[in-house]
Design a protein around this ligand. Structure first.
Ligand code: CUA
Length: 384
């Protein structure tokens, strides 16, 4: 809006105190500007989010399609499918109840409407009790609730029951941290973060992944809607769940329990891959980190600036466990638990000050100078 024009005397309308109007107008200007600012920031966030969630997508080695909408009505894994059918049943029953109630209500409103002044004096017929109808509206809801309880109990049993496969199942330990996910593959001695790789289930090569959920600090919630229901990750307790995804793709998920400033940027990506790609990924993750002498100074700076007290890089002096393991950092497509694409520009911004990309995250501004940023950046970029 053109605030200047509004404030000139010609712009004032007759009546009303000029100074009040001016104050109001200025306040209006301020609030619209503030709204515009919020709108701009929101648009920027949304654009960034769209970029991260699959449009146009972040390049992945074997070109997995990204399922960018987290939708419980398009299940792509065992438990999610069971939950989907339960929700279809519940929603159908509720839809029938809604139609019956809304239909009767509409009928009553139309049929018993006021038909003229005579209606104002007349009293409708007075009815007391009615055993049949009272039984009907007591017994029917009880029956409906009993059916829903039984079906829900059966579904809970089905999705928590230990699954066949036993020792051949993949096992995952996922630990929620403020504000990222530690991902451990105890059978394969692999540790990564935020981006979870699992094999796809097929008739020839059945694959099931059992997941243990824990937390290192506060309560978090692990939810990838197309793969399974939400499961809590709480301190001092182990929750378990399993997934059996049958469509290879990248699935997106979120932390679902408000855990602090960056709760919304505690994103999950699940890469459901063909068995051979998954095995290849595991083999790559098991390798020691690349040790390129050309960037040795970067590793020195990394350790000297106490990055290594929070982050681990296998075979080096960096062995912290407070932040994500960086041994194969460049095999991940995003950084900051999905807050930005893992490219040179974003990584530079992150090293200069993580609070810019992820305000409130627990990695402080390390006050690195430009040379240190360049060296550490060059080093990290080699950790394929
Ligand atoms: Cu972790 Cu919200």
């Amino acid at each position: 809006m053109n605030l200047g024009k509004d404030l000139t005397p010609e712009g004032w309308h007759a009546g009303g105190c000029a100074s009040t109007r001016m104050r109001r107008s200025a306040a209006f200007g301020r609030s619209t500007r503030r709204l515009a600012g919020i709108g701009k920031r929101l648009l920027f966030k949304l654009a960034g989010y769209a970029l991260l969630t699959g449009w146009p997508g972040i390049a992945v080695a074997e070109d997995l399609p990204i399922r960018s909408v987290q939708n419980i009505f398009t299940p792509k894994s065992g438990p999610a499918e069971t939950l989907f059918w339960l929700s279809v049943l519940v929603l159908s029953i509720c839809a029938v109840i809604f139609l019956v109630v809304a239909g009767l209500l509409t009928y009553a409103v139309i049929h018993y409407r006021r038909r003229g002044p005579a209606d104002d004096e007349a009293e409708p017929p007075q009815v007391y009790g009615g055993a049949a109808i009272e039984l009907a509206w007591t017994v029917m809801p009880i029956l409906i609730v009993v059916v829903l309880v039984l079906v829900t109990a059966r579904t809970i049993g089905e999705i928590t029951r230990p699954q066949p496969g036993g020792n051949s199942n993949e096992e995952l330990r996922i630990i929620g941290h403020r504000f990222w996910w530690e991902v451990r593959y105890p059978k394969h001695n692999v540790v990564t973060a935020n981006e979870i790789h699992v094999p796809v289930d097929s008739r020839d090569q059945p694959a099931l992944t059992e997941i243990t959920l824990e937390s290192a600090d506060v309560a978090h919630g692990f939810w990838v809607p197309e793969l399974n229901g939400k499961t809590w990750a709480v301190p001092n307790y182990r929750n378990t769940m399993w997934i059996k995804p049958f469509l290879r793709a990248i699935y997106l998920g979120n932390c679902t329990v408000l855990c602090g400033d960056q709760h919304a940027n505690m994103l999950i990506r699940v890469f459901v891959q063909d068995r051979k790609d998954y095995d290849q990924w595991l083999a790559d993750q098991q390798k020691p980190p690349v040790a390129d002498p050309a960037v040795a100074q970067g590793l020195k700076e990394f350790v000297a600036n106490s990055c290594g007290t929070c982050h681990t890089i296998a075979t080096t002096a960096a062995n912290g466990v407070f932040g994500p393991d960086l041994t194969h950092f460049m095999s991940r497509t995003t950084l900051g638990a999905g807050v930005a694409a893992n490219n040179e520009e974003n990584l530079r911004s992150w090293l200069e000050d993580p609070q810019v990309l992820k305000p409130g995250c627990l990695m402080p501004d390390m006050k690195l100078n430009d040379t240190q940023v360049d060296e550490i950046l060059a080093y990290l970029r080699t950790l394929k």
